[in-house]
Ligand binder design. Structure first.
Ligand code: CAA
Length: 387
């Protein structure tokens, strides 16, 4: 076993860190308060290769590996989790699925546009009445009589980057009687008739990442924009989420890292009862537990990234690795951010310091791309083989 990073992995980590420190961190609080989407930064991140890290250069990406992606996600999310959210959807949920299941034409057109940062991508699975129970979706796609296109009627919720996305990977049933095996995946152009957006959701955290409902009403999707075979959609949705969850685990590590770093610095500077608070054992105990959970989360996330790199060669599933990394890292981030607020006392509750933002941002990592409850269900089902 070798924990050393390759030259390329160190290079993308350093590039992401530099950009995050210089361009993201200074505007993070402002975007959090205003809730404005950081379009200029996202375009610049595309130019740096951060919007398609694992995408081959031929399709507009950086051509690096999953460990490189995780390292960059940690750096970006440590500066601002909302930038991390947008980055993870473009990389994991949009590009990854089309690279794995798409045709050459789909990769050349859609992956290229998103990986280069020229356009923004999104992933539409959840519906108003189906979140965790994803296969019970109501959205329908019906093949036209001449077989040239699908007529899609769909209502999807919680679409990250929805207000700004040009293309989406969307799931709808082509055969409702077949349940999960009747679901198919489609690439949707948001500039086509029949597509509309609902209001942007006001959110607790990751406020600069825009989220909305979308609706497709008699939307005509050319048959060549179906992703994979008919009925293969649920498998595509789940395997894309297996990889997506590694990105969310990395985002959680980034938030936890920022909360921990702020706490160490505050413990060194802040004085009470005549000494630095970091010399009190109750604060030391918090810092020791925060650091240990942070590094355990980082290792589990990097191991899941390595598992994905192996699986890309063997075709094996990484369901267990992705779920364990996301479950542990997201709960560690929430716990660490909670400790950070407590350790900062009144200043932890104030918008003058970023720890209250870390606390609000950490919460979403326990919810999206499968709640902690769903990750526990997936892990236990995989281990026992029982349902
Ligand atoms: N990879 C490949 N195939 C998979 C799979 C995976 N990870 N998981 C399931 N499948 C296959 C199964 O093998 C099964 O096929 P077979 O019958 O041929 O074996 C089929 O899919 C159905 O599987 P299940 O019976 O296990 O399906 P289920 O209805 O019981 O659901 C679930 C399982 C784990 C609960 C799943 O629905 C799930 O993960 N739910 C959570 C959904 C989720 O994460 N939503 C997040 C929304 S996206 C988001 O948050 C994006 C954002 O904007 C940031």
């Amino acid at each position: 076993m070798d924990f050393k990073l390759t030259d390329e992995q160190q290079m993308i980590q350093a590039a992401a860190r530099d950009f995050a420190e210089q361009q993201i961190a200074p505007v993070a609080a402002e975007h959090d308060v205003s809730g404005t989407f950081p379009l200029a930064n996202i375009e610049a991140m595309g130019e740096l290769g951060l919007m398609g890290i694992e995408v081959p250069e031929a399709y507009g990406g950086a051509g690096l590996d999953t460990i490189g992606y995780v390292l960059a996600m940690i750096e970006v999310s440590a500066a601002d989790a909302a930038h991390g959210t947008i980055m993870s959807v473009n990389n994991s949920l949009f590009c990854n699925g089309i690279l794995k299941y798409g045709t050459e034409a789909q990769k050349s057109t859609y992956v290229k546009a998103i990986a280069s940062g020229e356009k923004i991508g999104a992933y539409a699975l959840s519906e108003p009445q189906s979140g965790s129970d994803a296969s019970s979706m109501k959205s329908r796609a019906v093949l036209s009589d001449d077989g040239s296109h699908y007529i899609i009627n769909a209502r999807k919720s919680w679409i990250t980057s929805g207000p700004h996305a040009r293309y989406l990977v969307l799931f709808a049933s082509t055969n409702p009687e077949a349940g999960a095996k009747g679901i198919s995946a489609f690439i949707i152009d948001t500039q086509t008739d029949g597509f509309s957006r609902g209001k942007t959701e006001p959110k607790l955290g990751i406020r600069a990442s825009a989220t909305c409902e979308i609706e497709l009403s008699d939307y005509r999707c050319p048959v060549e924009n179906r992703l994979g075979e008919e009925g293969e959609g649920f498998k595509i949705a789940m395997s894309v989420l297996d990889a997506g969850r590694i990105g969310i685990a990395a985002q959680a590590v980034g938030i936890a890292q920022a909360a921990y770093k702020a706490s160490v610095s505050y413990a060194r500077d802040r004085k009470a009862f005549g000494q630095e608070i970091g010399s009190f054992q109750m604060i030391q105990s918090k810092l020791a537990d925060m650091k240990t959970r942070l590094e355990a989360a980082r290792l589990l996330t990097l191991r899941a990234a390595w598992a994905k790199m192996e699986a890309d060669k063997t075709g094996q599933r990484i369901t267990l690795d992705g779920s364990m990394a996301k479950l542990f890292a997201s709960e560690a981030a929430m716990w660490i951010a909670h400790q950070a607020v407590q350790l900062h006392g009144g200043m932890g509750y104030s918008k003058e310091m970023p720890v209250e933002r870390y606390f609000r941002d950490a919460k979403i990592t326990e919810i999206y791309e499968g709640t902690s409850e769903i990750q526990r269900l997936v892990i236990a089902r995989t281990e026992t083989g029982l349902r």
